[in-house]
Design a binder for this molecule. Structure first.
Ligand code: ATP
Ligand code: MG
Length: 757
């Protein structure tokens, strides 16, 4: 046992009260940065270290896999190495995936099921539309899928959905829902939502199984409780219904996942479900300065919904005022951010890793990324081109998934003709049609074709039997070649370690050569390196029993959420959406795009509840900042291909002016008035006195033009390009380059390190 004082060290009285509360239901409600996550972690340590609870009996739910890892690390420090190993910590999805691997047999499901990620789900959805003869253009696959996902999070199954479908759209969704589930079932696959739904069903239909889990997990804890949806809520309730040892922490004001079915009312239900619950409020904020808290508070206080009034206060001091900066358009907004970042770093007080840029929509990251590249600032885009979304990685994973579960139709279609092996679109469609008609997975149909081909070969005198249809023999042979490959890999995975299986498979497939053929030697090798990076990941599974290496690996890969690609060890600026920023903290935060239509988002315009949620998003973003907060907006912005004058966000108006420091308006506004709209449209940036932040002039003074139209250049990130024009701006040279396949970019010569070629 560990000394209680170590575990309670650095906690205030209210936090201590929460950590040491007697077993039973506990609800901790408190604002951002008040130590909820810290308290939850210490509670686990306290249960183990002081109450002597076996970690095996503890289940803790976190918002991301990364948060789960952090919790483990903290616990190792508090309790000593190895102590936390037996603990179950993870997101709802990863925890449910574990449960189902163990017990899906009770649901009549193979344990080697595939987990379909967002991209796979969309592919299935498109196939559903094709199967039902619905036009993709009229019925957006994403919208239908979103409706299905919402239903699942509410624990509504296709039948129930169909019974309650009222509108035409809902009727379409109902049909698609049923077919979608059929296809998943046929492929022995689950999507993310199914992981929850099926676990709830498992517990509902098999009380003995539930009892086993209730006994195992005598202590439950959940972070970010305000964002649980119905399915998650029910799951926790099922597990806790016997012992009531459930400890949850949350903040109503940070609930931002209503579109995914999260329901703040779950907090209220908690007190109803467990009338004996202790409710503990934390007040002091340890994260931010008072200046930042006041701004966040001013915006949340204007919510339409009734909320419990809580005042955020801190002993961290007033701090510097929150800054409001207006850019001319989204590109200048991004440049101002990048310029200020350069200034902060040059000042020595901050490193790139201390800084985050947050935005409402993913599309906003494009301008930011370019501005950071132009400044050569290291950055990571959370949820951008994720490693696991790269084509070559998805292809490699598809082969590995087939080695585990050949009925996985999505993976099979994906690599059926990659690398090219003479299976054309027509052949593929033919195969899909046959499989569809026989209601079997593609893999089974391949075997049927193989059997028929053999039968035909035996009857050498007669022509091929009609059952094989008119499939040309070349196509059929190509299919059979592929089938052999899949069957071989099914064999190999019985005897090979995961790493060895990958080596064998990639060699057998001719992966590297195929990449080089398709993308040329240079890019082909780049992509091959990514595949090798995947091979490196396999080493982490080498210690597991052979039989579970592949399935565990694929499961974890499928569940790596965007935020989990965030590598802390890299000292880089973090670019992240507001939704993903929950629970995180950074010394410096830039919130960009504070405009009507963006934040609050256009979708929320006429909906009071949606508008409140936008407010909470702002609140979450602002309260990530520890020391400095910048709020940016642009004078005009291009969205959906149209450039329009942007109205500053109403949230800016909600903040008393004395809490803000506004950067002085600069040249463009005056120029705008004189020259009018036409000039601005012709070339917006030319109207400005200062295209980059005034604080950060180029490092090496005035220089002569060194790039001319027509010259070929090379850029580390964008590759080969041709100079369109170049001019001196503020002592630096602004070069406009058309990059092959990457479009036209404007770069500052002093930062971009363009090479003549
Ligand atoms: P959010 O709602 O944003 O998730 P939270 O309530 O979970 O916030 P934490 O992340 O646990 O807050 O804590 C915020 C910061 O304050 C962390 O850096 C944490 O280490 C620190 N902190 C929490 N409690 C204390 C304390 N009593 N003394 C010193 N620092 C503390
Ligand atoms: Mg937290």
């Amino acid at each position: 046992m560990t000394d209680a004082s170590t575990i309670l060290d650095g906690l205030n009285p209210a936090q201590r009260q929460a950590v040491t509360a007697a077993p039973g239901p506990v609800l901790v409600l408190a604002g951002p940065g008040s130590g909820k996550t810290r308290v939850l972690t210490r509670r686990v340590a306290y249960l183990i270290g002081v109450h002597g609870v076996d970690p095996h009996h503890i289940l803790a739910v976190t918002f991301t896999n990364k948060a789960a890892r952090e919790m483990r690390d903290r616990l190792e420090k508090l309790l000593g190495p190895g102590e936390a190993a037996a603990l179950t910590v993870g997101t709802f999805h990863s925890i449910c995936a574990r449960f189902l691997r163990r017990d899906s047999i009770h649901l009549g499901r193979e344990r080697d099921f595939a987990i379909y990620d967002t991209d796979d789900q969309l592919r299935v959805m498109k196939r559903v539309l094709r199967d039902l003869n619905l036009d993709e253009k009229k019925h957006a696959p994403r919208a239908i899928h979103a409706a299905i996902s919402r239903a699942k999070n509410e624990l509504i199954d296709p039948d129930a959905y169909s019974r309650h479908a009222h509108s035409y759209f809902e009727e379409v969704v109902a049909r698609c829902f049923a077919r979608y589930q059929e296809l998943l079932r046929g492929a022995n696959a689950l999507d993310f939502d199914d992981l929850l739904v099926e676990t709830v069903r498992l517990f509902e239909e098999h009380p003995a199984v539930l009892e086993r889990y209730q006994e195992r997990y005598g202590f439950l804890l959940a972070d970010e409780y305000q964002d649980t949806n119905r399915a998650q809520y029910v799951l926790l309730k099922q597990l806790a219904s016997r012992h009531h040892n459930i400890f949850v922490v949350g903040d109503e004001d940070q609930s931002v996942y209503a579109f995914r079915g999260a329901d703040i009312r779950n907090i209220l239900s908690f007190e109803r479900d467990y009338p004996e619950a202790q409710v503990i409020l934390l007040e002091q904020n340890y994260r931010s300065t008072q200046a930042i808290l006041d701004v966040a508070q001013a915006v949340i206080n204007r919510s339409a919904q009734r909320r419990r009034d809580k005042r955020l206060w801190t002993r961290n001091g007033e701090g510097v005022l929150v800054q409001v900066i207006e850019g001319y358009d989204q590109d200048e907004e991004a440049q101002l951010v990048a310029g200020e970042i350069a200034r902060l770093i040059a000042g020595g007080a901050y490193q790139p890793g201390d800084i985050a840029i947050m935005y409402r929509t993913n599309a906003q990251s494009r301008a930011i990324e370019e501005a950071l590249i132009a400044r050569q600032a290291p950055y990571i885009i959370v949820g951008g081109t994720r490693f696991y979304e790269r084509k070559e990685i998805k292809d490699a994973l598809a082969y590995l998934r087939l080695a585990l579960n050949p009925f996985d139709d999505i993976s099979l279609s994906r690599v059926l003709n990659w690398p090219a092996r003479g299976i054309g679109q027509r052949t593929q469609e033919d195969l899909e049609r046959r499989a569809g008609a026989a209601a079997v997975p593609l893999y089974v149909m391949l075997h049927t074709l193989a059997a028929n081909a053999e039968a035909a070969a035996d009857q050498t005198t007669s022509p091929a039997p009609a059952r094989t249809g008119e499939m040309p023999s070349r196509a059929r042979n190509a299919l059979l070649g592929f089938l052999t490959l899949i069957d071989e890999s099914l064999d190999r995975r019985q005897t090979l370690s995961l790493g060895a299986l990958m080596d064998w498979l990639f060699e057998r497939v001719g992966f590297r050569e195929a990449l080089r053929r398709e993308y040329g030697d240079e890019e082909g090798d780049d992509r091959w390196n990514n595949v090798m990076e995947l091979r490196n990941v396999a080493e982490q599974y080498a210690d597991l029993p052979l039989a579970s290496q592949l399935s565990t690996f694929l499961e974890e890969v499928a569940l790596v959420s965007d935020i989990d690609t965030l590598q802390e060890e890299r000292n880089a600026v973090t670019c992240i959406t507001l939704h993903q920023a929950k629970g995180l903290e950074f010394p410096v935060v830039f919130l960009v795009g504070l405009e009507e239509g963006l934040l609050p988002h256009a979708r929320s315009a006429d909906d009071r509840d949606a508008l409140d949620e936008e407010r909470r998003l702002f609140y979450v973003g602002a309260t990530r900042a520890k020391e400095r907060l910048y709020l940016l907006h642009a004078f005009r912005r291009a969205t959906y291909g149209r450039t329009e004058i942007a109205t500053p966000s109403r949230f800016l108006h909600d903040i008393p002016p004395d809490l803000l420091q506004r950067a002085p308006k600069r040249g463009y506004a005056a120029a705008q008035m004189v020259t009018g709209r036409a000039a601005a449209l012709r070339n917006p940036r030319r109207n400005q006195a200062a295209p980059v932040s005034p604080h950060s002039a180029a490092p090496d003074g005035p220089r002569a033009i060194s790039f001319f139209a027509g010259q070929k250049v090379h850029h580390a990130q964008f590759g080969e390009g041709i100079v369109v024009s170049s001019k001196l701006v503020e002592g630096d040279e602004e070069v406009t380059v058309a990059f092959v396949g990457k479009g036209v970019k404007r770069l500052l010569a002093s930062f971009a390190n363009l090479q003549h070629v």
